[in-house]
Ligand binder design. Sequence first.
Ligand SMILES: Cc1cc2nc3c(=O)[nH]c(=O)nc-3n(C[C@H](O)[C@H](O)[C@H](O)COP(=O)(O)OP(=O)(O)OC[C@H]3O[C@@H](n4cnc5c(N)ncnc54)[C@H](O)[C@@H]3O)c2cc1C
Length: 418
Amino acid sequence: MTRKTESHYDVIVAGGGAGGIGAALGAARTGAKTCLIEKYGFLGGAATHSQVLAYCGFFQQGLEPVKAVGGAADLVLDALRATGMDGAPYRSPTTGNWIIVLEPEGVKLALDRVLAAHGVDVLLHSRVAAVTRTGKAIESVVVAGMDGRERLTAEAFIDATGDANLSLVTGVSMQTGNEHGYLQAASAPIRVGGLAPDLKVDRAAIIKALAFYNTTGDYPVARTDGGIYTRMPGSGDLWWMIIDLPMHDLSSQTFSRAERIMRASAHDYVQVLRETVPGFENAYLVQTGPQIGVRESRHPKARLRITGEDLIKGRQRPDGVARAGWPAELHTELGKPEYHSVGGAGYAHVPLDALRSAEIDNLYFAGRTIGADDLAYGSIRVMGTAFATGEAAGVAAANPELDGAQVAEMITEMGGLV
Ligand SMILES: Cc1cc2nc3c(=O)[nH]c(=O)nc-3n(C[C@H](O)[C@H](O)[C@H](O)COP(=O)(O)OP(=O)(O)OC[C@H]3O[C@@H](n4cnc5c(N)ncnc54)[C@H](O)[C@@H]3O)c2cc1C
């Protein structure tokens, strides 16, 4: 049985990752009565459920950190700092790009606080499972929660589920994977503990250990260069991006298999380090998941798509509502990412129509669900940019009468960068 809750919202946001947080803050800060629905028991999206422990996209590429996002993203940074996190830009020695290193428990707490401070109703342990529609509008979402099903109504809805689950149950047109149906690999960063704080991690020894594993191991490592790693602030754990798994489809069966292989691989890789790499004698697997990291899944049809060409030329436009400043990162060959820099002034504009459904008038997109071609998607999906596209979607959903330039003006007034 489905209960209908009395409260009616101006804006309902599905998904509590960076896109959803930006969207909820964007809507609530313009005065909209806002509800955010998240299937896990905590907020943060990939940062907290897939060990993606660095915010990318807060800064443009270059020798100095030039900000690409502000507004809602700044509120999140302030909340992170209040939990004791540093929040300072850090130039990755592996890629040369600017990132902000995260500690997942701090992220969860900071996001709880920032949404509460802005009066957003948050429903955790609640999955958007269905919608009701009237013609070209969504009327309500059906939420499967801890106490059964409940129906919530709103004026506008934002799909910030990453995997476009709200769009899926709405029944709009969508593309799976890239133009050719190819899905980027799923990857699982893992945490390794038990290392001395002053241990200098020896990449050559890790490469050797993995090469040895690849001669006999059950789960050959694609990242034969030793992967991407960094020591975590506080715990000193090694954050290690080493597992990549091809995804042929998005079925629960395929995901179940990937989760099982990911856990078994993580166990094996840490064991081979423990057995062969100096300084890793007491190493142990601190954590995988809670779930494997999904780079790409479905792309619902937007009114307009930001393109790779826009990005490479750093195209600015009058209807731009967010900046994309992260180099496009493509994962077409397993374990071998390829980067394309952003041109022009170092960022490209995301147009308002990339955040709007082509088919449903009151459906907006935020984060990974926005309209983007294959190459542009490699840039816009990062979490810094997701906060910004989320904020813009929130402002636009709460104020549907505004055009792109007016949405941009409102965002600028709230401290955002457009
Ligand atoms: C391995 C890997 C490494 C990456 N590295 C980086 C990096 O270093 N830095 C970076 O910035 N980005 C990185 N990315 C990309 C980035 O993590 C994602 O693109 C980003 O998290 C997108 O944010 P989002 O809010 O759109 O989606 P997500 O973070 O996926 O959040 C979506 C949220 O929606 C919730 N949800 C889904 N379906 C429903 C439903 N039906 N009902 C309710 N809730 C639902 C999910 O639980 C989740 O919390 C990486 C991605 C992967 C997979």
